[in-house]
Design a protein around this ligand. Structure first.
Ligand code: C2E
Ligand code: MG
Ligand code: MG
Ligand code: MG
Length: 278
């Protein structure tokens, strides 16, 4: 291929590789200062219940590097690599709790509102004080533990360190609930569903995106199986990435419990979310 395509192809490839490496190094280099200089912010995406009311919200972190918005898909792995995920995760939780308390005090949260979900990286669970830190932050902000949901991914269960599960168990004992994010894309053994009382499955948006109109058999077969599994285990089911009315109708017919996606709302700034609540 190299021969027939000629040298230019390789040069192009080299240049984009170099650019990618450069971008990655810059992220690693700037992340530390970003935390000190408060370049992070939070977005809030509503989760809609079957009645169309707000059942919850997910907190999503953003990095604004001098006007350039960098995706968490890029900076979260970098933060893990640099051991900055603990301070970043704590910043996220503290600020999210402050915000929730503010909305609570203003009486802006509807009666349908159950909990706020925060993403937690596997590395954060390596800290033996993690659960205690979380509970302290909740207390400081007068947020009840049952108002918090921790979103983890299946990769957490590939970590053989017992401490990881222990941290989650401690949180569950205090009333915090655990949601399994991006369900269906990771580790395929379901044994962990027996080891930890997880409350929610978040169906990965790839499966939701595969719902066709009119529904086609194969992709829908997977999502139907996930919903069936969730119902059989009495888990709450959240559909991620709901973008069309057809997808929503399909999922409603199969009794999903919560819907999150651009059809209802993009992630919003605190001010925008406040307008949304009003
Ligand atoms: P996630 O937890 O699965 O979050 C859902 C992602 O889907 C978000 O991307 C959200 O903006 C996006 N999304 C929501 N609705 C739709 C839709 O209808 N269509 C499409 N195509 N996308 C939709 P985002 O905000 O870029 O975050 C990406 C990932 O970064 C998150 O995936 C999560 O794994 C991670 N992340 C974000 N914030 C944090 C954080 O504070 N801590 C940690 N550890 N990870 C975070
Ligand atoms: Mg999530
Ligand atoms: Mg997800
Ligand atoms: Mg994800």
């Amino acid at each position: 291929f190299a021969k027939t395509a000629g040298r230019n192809t390789w040069r192009l490839y080299d240049a984009s590789m170099q650019e990618e490496t450069h971008a990655r190094l810059r992220i690693l280099n700037d992340l530390h200062d970003a935390l000190l200089n408060q370049q992070f912010s939070l977005m809030f995406q509503p989760q809609i219940d079957p009645d169309g009311a707000i059942g919850g919200l997910e907190v999503l972190c953003r990095w604004n590097r001098e006007g350039e918005l960098i995706s968490p898909e890029r900076f979260i792995p970098a933060a893990e690599e640099l051991n900055l995920i603990a301070p970043l995760g704590e910043w996220v939780l503290r600020n999210a709790c402050r915000q929730l308390q503010h909305w609570q005090q203003q009486g802006l949260l509807p009666a349908s509102f159950r909990r706020m979900a925060v993403n937690v990286s596997p590395n954060q669970l390596h800290d033996p004080g993690f659960a205690r830190h979380v509970l302290t932050i909740l207390e400081e902000n007068r947020i009840r533990p049952d108002q918090l949901e921790v979103e983890i991914t299946e990769s957490v269960f590939m970590d053989k360190r017992a401490g990881v599960i222990h941290q989650l168990q401690e949180l569950i004992e205090q009333g915090v609930s655990i949601a399994l994010d991006d369900f269906g894309t990771g580790y395929s053994s379901l044994g962990y569903l027996r080891d930890l009382p997880i409350r929610k499955l978040k169906i990965d948006r790839a499966f939701v995106a595969a719902i066709q109109s009119p529904p086609q058999h194969q992709p829908s077969g997977i999502i139907d199986s996930i919903i069936q599994l969730g119902h059989n285990l009495s888990l709450t089911l959240v559909a991620e990435g709901v973008e069309t009315a057809e997808q929503h109708a399909y999922l409603q017919a199969r009794q999903c419990d919560l819907y999150q996606g651009y059809l209802f709302s993009h992630p919003l700034t605190a001010t925008e979310f406040e307008h949304y609540l009003r």
